[in-house]
Write a new protein. Structure first.
Length: 259
């Protein structure tokens, strides 16, 4: 027993010495690797010396595999695809993509974003620093918010008796960033941007030009509220749309409880 304890003590001491020599102790506490939801797809447009920008997409999975797709905007429509494995650094905050020895291949992993590092593995500074960031995108396939007809049930600061429940609706298309619907008088259309953290931004609303005297005020309020939307909350078959201050502005229910 004493011999076993002696061997273990020597082994632990050797590990400590090894850690000191390398200067890379095992990370303790929360790191990007163990505390962030980093799995997913990140996209952005990186600066380019001889083109309009490099459209870049990187997919990371829990098995340590990556898929990187790049396209040189304004120069070619050809996409370049690279696949391989990635490794975390000892601190658990940076990944290195394998198979890219002749180009910068390291990324600092932040919350819902990847920071493209320079050839020495350092953060890029200067006026273009914010351009070297890839943002995590939301997987739209089978997203509960999309491909659903949402019927308006409540409009903040606008009495229900002044509009007709069951008529006004919005529909967000899955295969594009477009939306359409009916405002009580006119059909409308627009674009949306679905982001991580339940963020939803809706662009300027376009509409047909029909005039309905009794419905126009409610419709104008509805369109104005849509353009203020900043985030959403799903509670079963109920959709709440909130503004940038987290104030509830519109409430919807799923039509017939179906997609």
């Amino acid at each position: 027993m004493k011999t076993f304890l002696s061997v273990m003590a020597v082994f632990c001491f050797a590990c400590i010495l090894s850690s000191c020599k390398t200067g890379q102790p095992l990370p303790t506490g929360d790191t990007s690797e163990n505390a962030l939801d980093w799995e997913g797809t990140y996209k952005g447009i990186l600066p380019c010396a001889d083109c309009e920008g490099i459209a870049t997409s990187i997919r990371l999975d829990q098995e340590g595999k990556y898929v990187k797709v790049t396209r040189y905007i304004g120069k070619s429509e050809e996409e370049f695809r690279q696949e391989g494995r990635f490794e975390w650094n000892p601190e658990g905050n940076t990944i290195a993509l394998s198979g890219m020895d002749n180009a910068p291949n390291q990324y600092l992993v932040g919350e819902n974003q990847l920071f493209h590092l320079d050839g020495e593995g350092k953060r890029i500074s200067g006026d273009l620093a914010n351009s070297y960031v890839l943002k995590k995108v939301v997987a739209k396939t089978d997203h509960p918010l999309l491909q659903t007809k949402w019927m308006l049930t409540n409009m903040e600061k606008f009495p229900e008796e002044d509009w007709t429940p069951g008529d006004i609706f919005v529909f967000l298309e899955e295969e594009s960033n477009r939306l359409h619907g009916y405002g009580g008088c006119n059909n409308f259309f627009g674009v949306y941007d679905l982001k991580t953290g339940n963020q939803l931004e809706i662009g300027k609303i376009g509409r047909t030009q029909k005039y309905c005297q009794d419905e126009m005020q409610a419709e104008n309020f509805f369109f104005a509220y849509l353009e203020q939307v900043w985030q959403y909350q799903l509670k079963g078959d109920t959709l709440e749309l909130r503004d940038e201050g987290n104030k509830l502005v519109l409430t919807f229910s799923k039509a017939n409880g179906k997609k």
